[in-house]
Design a binder for this molecule. Structure first.
Ligand code: SER
Length: 595
């Protein structure tokens, strides 16, 4: 079975169980300051998991593009990827454990669907803690379906609890499904979740009943939801009897493009294979990030930084393979060709993808030249003083400040008979990691689970701002990103020039005028075509025929949006723009508050 067949079969199966098929959301989250990328299919659905009604009903399914870079260092092993596709089905306060588990089992084992031999299936369940008891209910359902206790493993919260990457929001115990690859057990404790590669996790059913608060406590959600996620790449590998995701048709054309650029074969020695995998994974992710309609570019902050890191890591491993400068473009072309029939945005944004990759390669080449010169200076000084150990702090500085990879430092030092104080480097690195972790864990308040009065008001103000910008600057103004915390809104939009003071004042005046008129805010569900016909501003995501919600604010604004919103614009108070600046080429950014 191919990935194309798997996607189709999955959506067909869940449609037959009353689920509406919805589109993949953008990889760049909207309105959400807590995460950089969409990390799971449930992420864009958070508002609906916490109670907002979804226009397509209470049973949904889709295939979602996801990026997770937390395990970036693990890429290169048989299963870790930074970009992956996730098939998912959701119950928004509709069905619960019984149906979710039975359908997972049916889809995995029925000869009409995936047809895995049930004896290859092992599952895990939540063992319980002081907040939530052991999930005996799921165990009983698995037992009844024919999975014996020997293949049901009760595991702690670290393994069998799922919540979104932003830490707060809907979460709950899960039951994970693993396919036994048939490899020998690595030891007596070998079990699902073991890193030896014997068990491949393919699917996760999460029973979301809790809402994790910023203070770490769990509130009960208004509704009990189901959130499931099946990894396309892993499942396809298992269906095709492959032992890694890289041997499937999702990767073979990409690996072939890498082979064509160097004198090496993918199935060479383990180190070569590892480098092939990293280049393939990182460029695939970069193509999807660059190819997203919410256009991201490499940079030093946020999404742009992650993208830069992916491209630069790919360059580093490409060098190891002997690929020449300019290597990325033909590989990116292979990714675009392999995926455009499912994700047409890649074709649409091909020019942007290729030019950004080439520019970043060039910028990195410059960085390397600079880093090399810096290292040479240090080595010369050391030679004058007969020193043969490079201080860890210096190696870390080269890495951190100059962007010069440690491997390069090591290689050059090796040639000169100089050793690196690895312990010192690790210490500096750990310290840096601690600092940056504090930065990222200090999750902003807000996020998609936050339907507090203030974020809702800022969300409604964003609609007024969007419309006012179009009125003042022209119809070319399109939303490129939105990020809302409890304190302020941040809105990115396409516009080539810096806004003048007069334009900013005019926008403020229009928004405040719409607030003073105290327009009622109404919502109407309709198809995306009807929404466009009604003149609603709509982003690109919804597919033909898909149900969306249209929010109307008097005769001022009409926009497709998930909500929630205030009841009347008069609730917003006074709108003030704090700052207007550049976000990236051709994109401006406004920060504004309600007072
Ligand atoms: N959100 C869950 C996961 O990512 C199920 O989709 O595993």
């Amino acid at each position: 079975m191919t990935a194309d067949q798997l996607r189709e079969l999955y959506l067909k199966f869940f449609a037959s169980k009353g689920h509406a098929v919805i589109s993949s959301a953008s990889l760049i989250p909207e309105n959400d300051p807590t995460v950089l990328f969409t990390t799971a299919g449930m992420h864009p659905l958070v508002p609906y998991l916490v109670g907002e009604p979804h226009p397509s009903g209470t049973r949904l399914c889709n295939c979602q593009k996801c990026v997770r870079t937390g395990d970036i260092e693990a890429v290169g092993d048989p299963s870790h990827l930074t970009f992956f596709e996730m098939l998912g089905n959701w119950s928004l306060g509709d069905y619960f454990k019984e149906e979710a588990i039975s359908w997972s089992y049916e889809f995995l084992t029925s000869p009409d669907y995936l047809g895995f031999d049930p004896s290859r299936l092992s599952v895990t369940i939540f063992e319980g803690n002081e907040v939530v008891p052991c999930d005996d209910e799921s165990r009983a359902i698995w037992n009844r379906l024919g999975i014996p206790d020997e293949r049901i493993f009760a595991l702690p919260i670290e393994d069998n609890w799922w919540g979104p990457a932003g830490q707060t929001g809907p979460c709950g115990p899960d039951t994970e499904m693993f396919i036994d690859t048939g490899k020998a057990a690595c030891g007596p404790d070998c079990r699902p979740g073991c890193s030896c590669g014997r068990f491949f996790e393919v699917w996760n059913d999460v029973f979301m009943q809790y809402d994790k608060q910023a203070d770490g406590t769990y509130a009960k959600l208004k509704q009990a939801n189901v959130d499931t996620g099946m990894g396309v790449e892993r499942t396809v590998a298992m269906l095709q009897g492959k032992s890694t995701v890289f041997e499937t048709e999702l990767f073979t054309p990409i690996l072939a493009a890498i082979e064509a650029g160097c004198n090496k074969q993918f199935d060479g020695d383990p180190e070569t294979q590892h480098a092939f995998r990293v280049v393939a994974d990182h460029l695939r992710s970069s193509v999807f990030i660059l190819g997203d309609d919410r256009g991201v570019r490499p940079g030093n902050l946020g999404q742009g930084y992650v993208l830069r890191r992916l491209i630069r890591r790919a360059v580093r491993y490409a060098k190891q393979l002997g690929l020449d400068e300019g290597f990325a473009a033909p590989i990116a072309e292979a990714v675009i060709a392999n995926y455009s029939h499912v994700y047409p945005e890649l074709k649409r944004n091909r020019g942007h993808i290729l030019s950004e990759l080439m520019d970043e390669e060039k910028r990195f080449a410059k960085t390397l030249t600079r880093g090399m010169a810096e290292l040479e200076k240090v080595l010369e000084r050391m030679a004058e003083h007969n020193q043969t150990t490079l201080a860890g702090r210096v190696a870390f500085n080269l890495y951190d400040t100059c962007g010069f990879p440690l491997e390069f430092t090591e290689e050059i030092c090796n040639e000169r008979g100089v050793t690196i104080d690895r312990a010192g480097f690790d210490k500096a690195f750990a310290k840096h990691k601690e600092v940056s972790k504090q930065g990222s864990d200090k999750a902003f308040k807000g996020g998609l689970a936050d339907a507090s009065v203030q974020t809702t008001r800022l969300h409604s103000a964003t609609h007024l701002l969007h419309k006012a910008l179009q009125m003042v600057l022209g119809d070319h103004v399109q939303q490129r990103g939105s990020n809302i915390t409890a304190e302020r809104l941040r809105f990115d939009f396409s516009h080539p020039d810096k806004m003048t003071q007069e334009q900013l004042a005019e926008v403020e005046k229009l928004v405040n005028g719409a607030i003073e008129k105290d327009f009622p805010v109404t919502m109407e569900p309709m198809t995306i075509e009807q929404a466009r016909e009604a003149g609603a501003m709509a982003l690109f995501e919804a597919k033909y025929g898909e149900q969306v919600k249209v929010y109307t604010m008097g005769d001022f604004s009409k926009e497709v949006c998930g909500g929630p919103h205030v009841g009347r614009t008069g609730e917003l108070g006074h709108f003030r723009i704090q700052k207007e600046g550049s976000s990236s080429a051709g994109v401006r950014r406004i920060k504004a508050v309600l007072e």
